[in-house]
Ligand binder design. Sequence first.
Ligand code: ADP
Ligand code: MG
Length: 270
Amino acid sequence: MKKIAFYGKGGIGKSTTAANVSAALSTAGHKVCQIGCDPKNDSTRLLLGHICKNTVLDMVRIKDEINLEDIVHYGFNGIKCVEAGGPEPGVGCAGRGIIVALEKLQELDAAADEDIILYDVLGDVVCGGFAVPIREGYATDIYIVSSGELMSLYAANNIAKGIRRFAGRGEVKLAGIIGNGRNVPNEENLLRTFAEKINTRIVAFIPRDKIVNLAEINRKTVIEWDPTSKQAQVYAALATEIFQNTQLSIPKPLSFEELEDLIAFFGIDN
Ligand code: ADP
Ligand code: MG
């Protein structure tokens, strides 16, 4: 079983990309489970067609005995969808919630017979709770979703630091950067150079496209909404690349000054 995780800055496109990759993998005949590790609970929305209401933490709060049926929901093409959930905004610790949720999933062996399990994890790994999928060996192949914007690359670099910390001890490795375009000048070149500098590569560059938003309004992935579209083909190619990828590495993060210099070098529209 492949155990992968998507990390990246909030709002950068992790859940959208994850749902499209899951949909493409499932369409290609693989058994897929996607686990949202973000208190927003919206990782699996495009697969389920709605926001998941029964998260693992919701169930832990209201029931003494939890069964798989309480927390595993079935989305597009039979994809298993799980949301870890989180505390009410303003109370409790979201990172702690992830730990409880993932322990519960492991106890119930929620993804026992899948070909691929995809963790969609919030933000960077400053908080130990969000590092759990990396730290405890839940995921082995880590992908960072990033645009060419400074703050996105800053988060990507921090995530690389987190992966480096744990890569020495276990199986976890950096599997690549997924570029998600924001129409920044020279974005693809910038991302490619950043990836090389931190000892990895770009596994795909996903263009910014309105079809993503159109599909989202209709609560669908692009794969489901318009499988013949160019954007669907980009996601399908990424899914194949992820499934076959064996080029894993221990990242070499940059200093903040190196990151700034890189952006200054590429960031002029010429
Ligand atoms: P995250 O999970 O990283 O917080 P989301 O996947 O929720 O981010 O994406 C944030 C917003 O960006 C969504 O409204 C989504 O539709 C949009 N988006 C993501 N990728 C693209 C893209 N390639 N083209 C256009 N819009 C995109
Ligand atoms: Mg998300």
